[in-house]
Structures are given as C-alpha cells and as structure tokens.
Design a protein. Structure first.
Ligand code: ADP
Length: 167
C-alpha cells in the first residue's frame, strides 16, 4: 500500500529497501546527507560511485548500500538554486521521478528521500516540499505501483513543512 510518511531525523536510521542520496555531479561525496551516507555505509559505496563516475543534474544512479541495512542507495543530483529561472524546478522534479523509476525497477517496497537540494544547494524549502510530494504521488500513480515512502527531514523547518502538507 502506498503510504507517505514524514520522519524528523537522520536518513541513516530509516529501515527501508532503498535510501536516496542527494549527491553531486562527480559522485565524490561531500557534506550533508551525502557525507552521512558514505560515512555510515563504508567505502564500498564510493568504489561503485567512482566506477559510475558522473551523474547529470536531475538524473539518478544506483549502487549497493555497503554496510547499511538498505539493499541499495540511489544517488540523485539536485539543482543548485540560481533564483528559479534556470530550470531548477524541472530538475528537482526529475530527481524524484528518476529515483522512483529506479526504485520500481529494483522492486523496492519502501524508499526514503532526503530533502534534495535544500541544504548546500539552497533550493527554498517551501518550494521544494510541495514539489517533492506532488511529484512522488504522480509518479507512483503513473508507474501503477505501491510503495512506502519516507520523507526524511533532518531540520525542523522541513519537518514542519512536510507534516503540514501530508498530515
Ligand atoms: P544538497 O546539496 O542537495 O542541498 P545537502 O546534503 O546539503 O544536499 O542537504 C539536503 C538536505 O539533507 C538538507 O535538508 C539537509 O538538512 C538534509 N540532511 C543533512 N544530513 C542529513 C541526514 N543525515 N539525514 C537526512 N537528511 C540530511
């Protein structure tokens, strides 16, 4: 059954089949959620990322999950916010769409998303949250699939926004 759940916490702690990472184009790790996933998952994830080498903004790639409980990590690259006139919304939407596509392909029953682009990439949280929720709902419908979706909000502001929109 499709269920959208909001969690205020750390994505590393979520028990689910696939965890989505907010990566960068070079897939070389960084701070924020990316750093947390690589730190907790160990070096195997980075090795696979190195082999893949590059991921365009708005796209998603998949690796194993290393030492994490999940089966896979989907690495997707959100847009850097440049004021909203550089196709940021389309690219952010595409991150959620491609992630769901991969999750369906890999037969996930549960998927955890961080709040892509709303950290260092500065996408306004109040614009990103409704876009994420709408896109995920539409994509699951389009794919004709049921999945448990966790929107994992690390900061209180995102948690509030998502709770208001979902509950
Ligand atoms: P981006 O470069 O896409 O903005 P960031 O990692 O800087 O990626 O931030 C994306 C979101 O992930 C932010 O809302 C940030 O608060 C959140 N975040 C940071 N660490 C974690 C974590 N361990 N679990 C879940 N979300 C996290």
């Amino acid at each position: 059954m499709t269920q959208l759940k909001v969690i205020h916490g750390d994505i590393i702690t979520i028990a689910c089949d696939i965890i989505v990472n907010a990566a960068n184009n070079g897939l070389q790790g960084g701070g924020g959620v990316d750093g947390a996933i690589h730190q907790a998952g160990g070096p195997a994830i980075m090795e696979e990322c190195r082999e893949i080498g590059y991921c365009p903004t708005g796209s998603a790639v998949i690796t194993s999950a290393g030492d994490l409980q999940a089966d896979y990590i989907i690495h997707t690259v959100g847009p850097v916010w440049m004021g909203g006139t550089r196709g940021e919304a389309e690219k952010l939407q595409s991150c959620y769409e491609e992630s769901i596509e991969l999750a369906v392909e890999y037969r996930a029953d549960s998927l955890a998303f961080p709040n892509i682009s709303t950290g260092v990439y500065k996408y306004p949280k109040d614009l990103a949250a409704p876009l994420a929720i709408k896109t995920v709902k539409e994509m699951l419908k389009k794919q004709g699939t049921e999945m448990e979706i966790f929107f994992v909000c690390f900061d209180a502001e995102n948690a509030e926004l998502y709770k208001k929109l979902i509950e």
